[in-house]
Design a protein around this ligand. Sequence first.
Ligand SMILES: Nc1nc(=O)c2c([nH]1)NC[C@@H]1CN(c3ccc(C(=O)N[C@@H](CCC(=O)O)C(=O)O)cc3)CN21
Ligand SMILES: CC(C)C(=O)C(=O)O
Ligand SMILES: [Mg+2]
Length: 275
Amino acid sequence: MKKTVPQFVEAKQKKEKLTMVTAYDYSIAKLVDNSNIDSILVGDSLGMVMLGYENTLQVTMKDMIHHTKAVVKGAKNTMVIADMPFMSYHVSIEKAVENAGRLIKETNATAVKLEGGIEMADTIKAIVKAQIPVVAHIGLTPQSVNIFGGFKVQGKNIDAAKKLIEDAKAVEKAGAYAVVLECVPEKLAKIITEELEIPTIGIGAGNVCDGQVLVYQDMLNMFSGFKPKFVKMYADIGKDIENAFNRYVEEVKTEVFPAKEHTFAISDDVIEKLY
Ligand SMILES: Nc1nc(=O)c2c([nH]1)NC[C@@H]1CN(c3ccc(C(=O)N[C@@H](CCC(=O)O)C(=O)O)cc3)CN21
Ligand SMILES: CC(C)C(=O)C(=O)O
Ligand SMILES: [Mg+2]
């Protein structure tokens, strides 16, 4: 068994780094489960990497449930966190609790994640009151892309930096057990990490965070939509896939594939009778 929610929080006191990657289906979830990664995020980034949308705004509860169910089946021993999609927690606190509940009940994920700081504190509190663990997400919150005017680094001026520190404290006070810091300058992420008891999980926030998260297609170089500065390539699977497809085409054309070992036999008697 890998980490539970309390163990995830304790990791910070023990100064053990936390590791998280996204997954959106059964096969990848199994690979993550077999690795030493602590937790899986079924991110609403699936709208971009799996469904080809230009941002995460069109992702629905149905999409999140569909993908999270598959991930949970593959991740027998790994904590699965499901992103709450845009507009599933903004209309009212009641609807937010209801949708968080659906995500857990219909998928058996462990926790939900939602974007926002101070303004979401009461929502986080209500979901935690329903006994659903919540991960918060502040800084570059992609569901605010049209307010921000793009995917931009947050917290660079004094007011924005102070607001982010207040956001972090507010989500901790509201009962979040971890907080994702996305695209936050490293020195600000350090202050936030030191101020909080709960772990900070960084993406584009430096190695000062208590843990890190990356979209798996980014780290394996299998997504060509864009490449944020914070991404490091750990394998070149995209190129490997393209090369494999081209070798397959070549072998089909030259009749190298399928070979004997890929084909089924029949007795010559039967064939003779057919002729
Ligand atoms: N494949 C993928 N990876 C992600 O990390 C990711 C998604 N999709 N979808 C949802 C959000 C969107 N994210 C993004 C997307 C683009 C940038 C980006 O291009 N950032 C600029 C920063 C520009 C600036 O303000 O200086 C960069 O150069 O990194 C950052 C985060 C992070 N999330
Ligand atoms: C980038 C991470 C933190 C996320 O929210 C997602 O994948 O949707
Ligand atoms: Mg997300």
